[in-house]
Ligand binder design. Sequence first.
Ligand code: HEC
Ligand code: HEC
Length: 283
Amino acid sequence: MPASEGARGGEPETGLFRKPAILAGLLFLLASLSLGADPFLLPLHEEERPPTPVSGYESLSDELKEMQDDDFSNPGMMMVDLGRELFHQPRFSGDSCATCHGENGERLDRGRIAAYPVWDEEEGAPVNLQMRINLCLERHMDEFRLPYNHTDLLALETFVRYLARGEKVHVSIEGPMREHWERGRRIFHTRSGQYGFACVHCHEYYVGLRLRSLELTQAQTNGFPSYLLRSGKILNLHQKFVGCYQNLRAEPYEPGSPELLDLEIYLGWRGNGLPIETPAVRP
Ligand code: HEC
Ligand code: HEC
């Protein structure tokens, strides 16, 4: 199947277009549904190459760039500090994260952190960084898994990702990751909500335009978890996805769901090569 034009099942439409538009539209919808194609899917990139990645950082005002770059004024650093504290907190097994990963996490591989989400053999599924931390709680510290975006997890995720700041994102889509990438790619190109927008509309077609006071960017993920000034909160990437779905008046997927994880894989790959900026500051 050519990567352009998703599998719209294109053929049946040609004959139908001579008939009244409404009937044709209806028949096309039925035809594409019965062919298993998705009428809400927009054309996918030719040869699977997204635009050259540009970090959302580039669209910040000088003032916000400064705020992000200066650890003393970056409000996201509060979450990093909380994460650092939790990193040293002994859990049920008696160990803290630092017992295995070093006082300042220096025994963690920064390059690996920049490669998340990765495939986890034992889970038989991809896991993102936060999920991986949860697995450490379960597998190595005799704890129960915490719910997705539990404050402890979000803080630990922010701290660990911060340790890899400056490291280049390199999400692999080899092997079993490929089908998740493909699903994420489709979600990114699928219209939803009252206005019939897809992510690709705002984050590729309209990049550089302003929506109210915000300049549309490529929706890169290298700064997450990031600090959103207008809500005064650190957001995990999935929370940001949900925010965008809500703005579209669409029913969002749950944070931590397989769908949002697939979207994270697609967007991570699409931003390969960008430096990690956690905690980024965004207006
Ligand atoms: C008893 C030892 C132990 C403890 C305690 C522990 N981990 Fe781990 N952690 C591991 C092992 C083993 C791995 C797997 C490394 C691998 O896959 O090569 C790992 C992997 C990770 C990774 C992924 C790094 C990579 O290379 O893929 C992160 C991030 C991580 N741990 C964070 C944490 C955090 C945060 C805590 C505290 C909540 C924690 N770990 C507690 C042993 C531990
Ligand atoms: C109607 C336009 C619109 C659509 C459609 C939209 N978003 Fe957004 N999104 C925004 C705006 C506005 C922002 C804040 C400015 C920016 O970074 O583009 C944003 C920001 C983001 C960011 C943060 C970028 C950064 O650097 O911090 C991500 C990630 C993102 N969106 C993902 C998505 C995903 C995934 C979808 C599809 C489910 C989506 N968006 C659909 C308007 C949109």
